[in-house]
Design a protein around this ligand. Structure first.
Ligand code: ZN
Length: 106
């Protein structure tokens, strides 16, 4: 397994592509394979529900990334809804709970 050697994975390593694909698989499994608001399933983003900053996912190892998502603090949203979520947080002062209670996400 390559995991034992990937603690300091360089930004542009040769296996960057498969590494990213693997993270996508992990995210699909833990936070769902489509946007929790609109169901869109491309250009997905893992969003931290409370909107606070978090470590960049692209520099985390697969195992750290998995652990992080398993905290339950993240949700899958598409790029469109992600923009909307941050807009609503910033300009309407809405919380994740307020947004999701109105939109009936999965
Ligand atoms: Zn969406």
């Amino acid at each position: 397994m390559e995991d034992s050697k990937t603690h300091n994975l360089p930004r542009k390593s040769k296996n960057n592509y498969s590494y990213r694909a693997k993270k996508r698989e992990v995210a699909d499994r833990i936070v769902g394979p489509s946007c929790c608001f609109c169901g869109y399933d491309v250009r997905l983003i893992v969003h931290r529900k409370d909107g606070t900053p978090h470590e960049r996912f692209d520099t985390l190892s697969i195992s750290r990334f998995t652990q992080e998502l398993q905290t339950g603090q993240y949700a899958r949203v598409c790029f469109k809804c992600h923009k909307a979520v941050h807009w609503a947080m910033k300009y309407l002062g809405m919380t994740w709970e307020e947004m999701t209670s109105r939109t009936n996400p999965r």
